[in-house]
Design a protein around this ligand. Structure first.
Ligand SMILES: Cc1cc2nc3c(=O)[nH]c(=O)nc-3n(C[C@H](O)[C@H](O)[C@H](O)COP(=O)(O)OP(=O)(O)OC[C@H]3O[C@@H](n4cnc5c(N)ncnc54)[C@H](O)[C@@H]3O)c2cc1C
Length: 566
């Protein structure tokens, strides 16, 4: 079975400590139980019990300290981190959020060259500390160039930090807040740390958001907070790079969190529908309900195949292989968007029950939409993705094949990533992913891919179209789906995904691709050559009842396989 199930936990781990960390986390939440999780959520209770558990079991210390700064079982290993995101979000997005912003806060520290700060951080993690990432400012959103937080030089060689930050998770109690700003004299970017218990650190308020309600998302102000060289993590280009490279890691995790939410919601919706009798028959007997579940399962499996494959590339990243820079935003943007889609489909089944206070679903419904918005909206990521189009299709280069990367290892490259030069990132021939695959819907999708390539070669966007972000974002959806399909095919081979499931996955990919092509025709001005190709892209998937029946059987077999402890 490919989906996470706490009752039948199975995943290949390189060592027993890694498995133990997950099993203890499962045990913590199952002991807490759904009712208490919901009560805490509704009362917006700060998750001290979770933080106590993290400290006692040294969970963050083991998982988030690079090998060089921790004891034997510490390493930064994306194989374990990817799944841990899923596990936390499976129980509640607020727990995941405490972990996520800790990772973001740690990024600029592990990426900087301040060795003393790194050692201090490792000790703080051992002491159960959580961290925060002070990047966003109230008026500037994604526009980091406009950052106003400033370090003002003092005659004795120190600085005073002046400015405020907005939407900063853990801003109430983080052991350290990695804060992004500018040096007043040179205008250079800088990353420095501040402590939340310092008198010049004012935690102004908790910004109440409808999701992750238990988290403390803070506005904070630094009132001439004294900074010395010991607090500086990086300056100039390395500081700028730290902000982008930290987000590169963080954005990947959002996709994994989305999978965790959708998985728990799937179990809950299925258990409910299978047990609910209407007009004398189970809700799961309705043909449209079977279809909704089958599609949800196909989309959810695809999300996991994509995210885990992207993790293989993340773990294999080097200055010579930066393909992860395309695959990561795909996980962030597409996987999180698909999570919303799955919850939408499941909500059609669970209906009124999905709003009830005692269900997990009620939280899923509320929280799932946050993931595409955090750490750069879908638009920002799409704007990034389209930079790779040319090299993806034209001028392929050879790379050694990347296997499943489940071995123990410290993914240190993530802390010294190269930045810039996105349009120089190269790819192997995308057609390799299709080699040997004869499934009907895979073949139809492949024809759609070739039409997209011929669009680029024969009728590429004109100057006005290329300058119209709206047009490029819409066209980018087609490209995104092509890369998404590539990652699915690669991982389906590794995980030996059943043909029937793959057939159903490609059925929705063909439909989605057709939908995006139709939108290009209906919503935009195109040349007649472009329109002709967009029209040809609109294809119908093979209506394969056998594969549908098989996947429905696989979904239905999951009923009552997981029910959370009350
Ligand atoms: C619950 C929560 C927790 C958060 N936690 C943290 C945290 O711990 N630390 C932190 O630093 N931040 C945090 N954030 C901030 C979050 O990362 C920002 O919300 C996000 O980066 C987007 O900024 P914005 O929402 O202000 O949108 P804006 O940047 O204001 O965007 C407005 C619109 O412009 C579009 N847009 C902007 N730039 C581009 C572009 N280049 N290309 C195309 N379209 C563009 C956007 O897509 C959007 O439609 C948090 C936010 C929330 C809600």
């Amino acid at each position: 079975m490919f989906l996470f199930n706490p009752r039948k936990y199975e995943r290949e781990h390189a060592d027993s400590r890694s498995r133990e960390l997950v099993e203890k986390t499962i045990a913590f939440f199952e002991k807490k139980g759904l009712q208490k999780i919901k009560e805490d959520d509704q009362s917006k209770v700060w998750y001290q019990d979770f933080l106590d558990f993290i400290k006692e079991e040294q969970v963050f210390a083991s998982l988030l300290t690079p090998a060089a700064y921790g004891n034997g079982d510490c390493r930064w290993d994306m194989w374990r981190l990817s799944e841990f995101n899923e596990v936390l979000a499976f129980y509640g997005l607020c727990y995941w959020y405490a972990w996520q912003v800790t990772i973001l806060g740690l990024g600029p520290i592990w990426m900087g060259d301040n060795e003393a700060a790194k050692k201090r951080t490792a000790a703080l993690l051992r002491a159960g500390g959580i961290f925060a990432f002070g990047l966003s400012e109230r008026t500037h959103g994604a526009d980091l160039y406009s950052t106003e937080m400033t370090l003002i030089p003092q005659p004795d060689g120190t600085w005073l930090a002046r400015g405020s930050k907005y939407y900063i998770g853990n801003g109430n109690c983080a052991a350290l807040v990695s804060t992004f700003g500018k040096l007043a004299d040179s205008g250079d970017y800088v990353f420095f740390t501040v402590k939340t218990d310092h008198p010049n650190y004012e935690c102004v308020k908790k910004i109440d958001t409808s999701g992750v309600r238990q988290a403390y998302v803070a506005e904070f102000v630094l009132h001439d907070y004294p900074i010395t060289a010991a607090d500086i993590l990086s300056r100039g280009k390395p500081a700028w790079n730290s902000s982008l490279n930290t987000i590169n890691i963080g954005k990947f995790e959002l996709g994994c969190a989305s999978i965790g939410i959708a998985t728990h919601a799937l179990y809950e919706a299925l258990n409910h529908a299978a047990a609910r009798i209407l007009y004398g028959r189970a809700v799961t007997d309705f043909p449209h309900v079977k279809k909704l579940f089958t599609e949800s399962y196909a989309r959810l499996t695809a999300m996991r195949l994509v995210a885990w494959r992207a993790a293989d590339y993340l773990r294999s990243a080097s200055d010579d292989d930066r393909r992860y820079l395309l695959y990561n935003p795909i996980v962030k943007m597409k996987v999180t968007g698909q999570g919303e889609k799955v919850i939408g489909l499941l909500h059609e089944v669970i209906a009124a029950k999905g709003y009830e206070q005692d269900t997990y679903f009620e939280m899923a419904l509320r929280d799932i939409g946050m993931l595409p918005k955090l750490e750069g909206t879908e638009h920002v990521n799409m704007a990034l993705i389209v930079k790779f189009v040319k090299n993806y299709f034209f001028g392929p280069v050879d790379y050694p094949e990347i296997p499943r990367r489940c071995e123990a290892g410290d993914d240190g490259y993530l802390f010294r990533q190269l930045t810039g030069g996105l349009s120089s990132v190269r790819f192997p021939d995308y057609r390799l992913a299709y080699k040997g695959n004869t499934l009907a819907n895979v073949a139809i999708f492949r024809e759609q891919v070739e039409l997209f390539r011929s669009l680029l070669a024969k009728a590429p966007p004109g100057k006005a179209q290329a300058e119209d972000i709206d047009y490029m974002l819409a066209a980018g959806e087609l490209f995104t789906l092509i890369v998404y399909a590539q990652l699915i095919l690669e991982n389906a081979r590794i995980y030996k995904t059943q043909d029937e499931l793959l057939e159903q996955i490609f059925a929705f990919l063909v439909r989605d691709f057709s939908g995006f092509a139709l939108r290009m025709i209906l919503s935009y001005e195109n040349s007649s050559a472009q329109e002709e190709i967009f029209r040809a892209m609109i294809r119908k998937p093979a209506m394969d009842t056998a594969s549908f029946t098989w996947v429905w059987g696989a979904v239905y077999a999951l009923r009552d396989q997981y029910v959370m402890n009350e």
